[in-house]
Ligand binder design. Structure first.
Ligand SMILES: CSC[C@H]1O[C@@H](n2cnc3c(O)ncnc32)[C@H](O)[C@@H]1O
Ligand SMILES: [Zn+2]
Length: 443
């Protein structure tokens, strides 16, 4: 047998691969070269095959794919805890939007950096973001070393980035051109919602997504109120309205989808649309309980997102998996609903599929070296019968002791490779003062 060289050989007691067979390797190893995984398997086999520049013996750890947060607004970390205990539309129109109007590039950049720090700390290696002045989020992602799909939020009204929607298009084109070919950053087209845009904006945004071959994402059917408004404004339910404009297909990623009819679920499955479930945000804003089991049964690809830190109030995908699983059980009054493996799939492979980034979400040869390690000796992880059960039901995210993106370690032994957490904490005090002076309701 010939021995080949690789950059890194990582060994750990348990490897949850999330590959097609959902293989779990005990006493496993991952061989990495550049930013790519070249083999995953038993330690003895990989030791015999690979001569590594560097080895990392993690011991009593669980290694798994980095989590994919498929819907967030990273910079909203600056509003964490500012306006709690409100319903969606009051929260948005009376509390969030008035302050967002005044946001500066600096604050958006800071909020995105803080979000990256939180996601890296809790095991997310890729996120999908919609926000304002998204170039600042892109800058933060580049600095932090994390992976992301980014889109400038498109409204029919002024945003801090543009005085009129007409001025949004060049901003979107610029962002796309700037990150074309970037290894970790992709761009997408993201009109905010049917109730904050016009048919012309939606059609133009769709044409742009098609021209760039990128995903098209929006908030959809988040609440019954949204459906009612859509029926009043456009004479159609939100999904019907989009379809009447020619918007449908596998490039569509719809966040929330709380208020769908069974027939709409079938149509989503037929067209290949993806749904991002955001259970914590939906519960906190009392938007409702998405019928995830029905969606999955209909054949829709359902993934998971935190939404922003102002409606969650964290960006922790372990807690989101937990909430997703528990919420479906009470919604259906069936304890077998959305089991641990289904929750983990939503946070990994399904997220990668929705974002059209097939190199993500699982550990196998040819995939990106985006992985995390969890300390199995933490009290809440003991004893261990079923690793997947612990990931969905016992882990808090704070067991993550190593986060790697594209073969680079971003977090290890409590330290960030490329982030100044103390500096961020100092800056957070100043930003909070700025927000407090402008916020209508602060807790
Ligand atoms: C156009 S940039 C993104 C925009 O979305 C707002 N937002 C955050 N969470 C939600 C949500 O759950 N539903 C609708 N809109 C939301 C955010 O404040 C930005 O204005
Ligand atoms: Zn959202």
């Amino acid at each position: 047998m010939s021995i080949s060289r690789c950059d890194l050989l990582l060994r750990a007691d348990i490897i949850v691969t999330q590959d097609a067979q959902r293989r779990i390797v005990e006493g496993g190893a991952v061989a990495i070269d550049g930013g790519t995984i070249i083999e995953v398997g038993p330690q003895a086999e990989l030791d015999a095959r690979w001569q590594a520049e560097r080895s990392l013996d993690l011991g009593r750890k669980l290694v798994m794919p980095g989590l994919v947060n498929a819907h967030t607004h990273a910079s909203m970390t600056v509003f964490r805890g500012v306006a709690d205990d409100l319903p969606l539309m009051t929260w948005l129109t009376e509390n969030i939007w008035p302050v967002e109007k005044a946001l500066s590039k600096e604050i958006i950049h800071f909020g995105a950096l803080l979000a990256c720090a939180e996601m890296i700390r809790t095991g997310t290696t890729c996120f999908c973001d919609m926000y304002l002045m998204e170039a600042e989020t892109a800058r933060a992602v580049d600095e932090a070393g994390i992976r992301a799909v980014l889109g400038e939020g498109i409204f029919a009204f002024p945003s801090p980035a543009y005085a009129k929607t007409e001025d949004a298009w060049p901003i979107i084109e610029d962002l796309h051109a700037r990150y074309k070919g970037h290894g970790r950053i992709r761009t997408a087209i993201m009109p905010h919602a049917v109730y904050t845009t016009t048919p012309e904006i939606l059609k133009r945004s769709w044409e742009l997504a098609q021209a760039h071959g990128c995903i098209w994402k929006t908030h959809l059917s988040e609440s019954e109120t949204e459906t009612r408004t859509s029926l009043e404004q456009f004479g159609r339910r939100p999904l019907d309205y989009l379809e009447s404009l020619g918007i449908s297909g596998s490039k569509c990623v719809f966040a929330h989808c709380v208020d769908l009819t069974p027939e709409e679920m079938v149509r989503m499955a037929e067209t290949g649309a993806h749904v991002v479930h955001c259970p914590q945000s939906n519960m906190k804003l009392t938007s409702g309980m998405a019928r995830i089991e029905d969606l999955r049964r209909a054949g829709v690809n359902v993934c998971l997102g935190t939404d922003g830190a102002a409606s969650n109030n964290d960006l922790n995908m372990f807690l989101e998996m937990n909430s997703a699983a528990l919420l479906q059980k009470v919604r259906t009054m069936d304890p077998t609903a959305l089991n641990a493996q289904a929750a983990l799939d939503m946070a990994t492979v399904n997220g990668a599929k929705a974002l059209g980034w097939e190199e993500l979400g699982c550990l196998e040869a040819g995939k990106a070296a985006d992985l995390i390690a969890l300390d199995l000796n933490q009290p809440n992880m003991l004893p261990l019968y079923n690793p997947v059960s612990h990931l969905a039901y016992a882990a808090s995210g704070m067991e993550v002791c190593l986060t790697m993106v594209n073969g680079k370690i971003l977090y290890e032994h409590g330290r960030y490779a490329a982030m100044d957490m103390d500096g961020l904490a100092r800056e957070a005090v100043k930003v909070a003062r700025w927000v407090k002076a402008r916020a209508h309701k602060t807790n």
